[in-house]
Ligand binder design. Structure first.
Ligand code: SF4
Ligand code: SF4
Length: 218
């Protein structure tokens, strides 16, 4: 599972850096590296592009996992270059940006847009499979999420627009309910197609989410 990101257009990055001449760049060695949006190569390319745009890059760093609490240690090792900059440009998902922001003591600027949590379905291919709705129905849908995979988020079967197994909204993608039907058939649980799924409890996804785990003896 990875946090999937896409690079913001360079004009947007430069516009966010307006008024800052000295920039430190932090990438991420995990998800953003896998998405090729914030790994060693992308950070180096960004550094060159900013220099060409007249910025002074005081230093660069690819944090092993930018959303990790060990990020602080990593940043401490680069503190001088970071404090020499007016702003840190973060080439990680929004989790990394927020983690870096908590430690840097300077303005941060995201270089990426965070799209979704995705499964790698093939080299360089990522698919969104869960929207963290807090009220999971996978037991009744053979492990395929209709909330995420169906364009309309339908919980009780297909919409009627399904066409030869493809979605009426986007013919390039499979109809989620055709996939669910086929897998239920495969596992001998077509009876579940007739189970009524109650309206979703949207309070279960009230934001901001927060969980405290009670650790025995902790
Ligand atoms: S039903 Fe909700 S929790 Fe379960 S996979 Fe779908 S979005 Fe995720
Ligand atoms: S065609 Fe299938 S995936 Fe598309 S909206 Fe209808 S039920 Fe959902």
């Amino acid at each position: 599972m990875k946090s999937i990101t896409r690079a913001k257009p360079m004009e947007a990055v430069l516009s966010g850096l307006e008024g800052y001449d000295r920039v430190f760049i932090a990438g991420c060695g995990t998800c953003a590296t896998m998405c090729r949006t914030g790994g060693i190569n992308e950070v180096a390319a960004m550094s060159r592009a900013l220099e060409e745009a007249g910025k002074l890059v005081t230093g660069t760093l690819v944090i092993p996992t930018a959303c990790d609490t060990l990020t602080q240690e990593c940043m401490d090792q680069n503190r001088e270059a970071m404090e020499d900059a007016q702003v840190t440009l973060v080439m990680s998902c929004a989790f990394g940006v927020q983690t870096v922001s908590g430690y840097v003591g300077r303005p941060v600027q995201p270089a990426l847009d965070t799209l979704f949590f995705g499964l790698e379905t093939g080299p360089g291919h990522f698919s969104e499979v869960c929207m963290q709705c807090g009220d999971c129905v996978l037991a009744d849908t053979a492990g395929i999420c209709p909330v995420t995979a169906c364009h309309k988020g339908l919980l009780n079967g297909p919409c009627g627009g399904t066409n030869n197994g493809k979605c009426e909204i986007d013919s390039a993608i499979d109809c989620a309910w055709t996939l669910i039907y086929n897998r239920l058939k495969e596992i001998g649980r077509l009876d579940l197609m007739r189970e009524y799924c109650k309206p979703k409890n949207f309070q279960a996804m009230a934001k901001p989410g927060h969980v405290d785990i009670i650790i025995e003896g902790g």
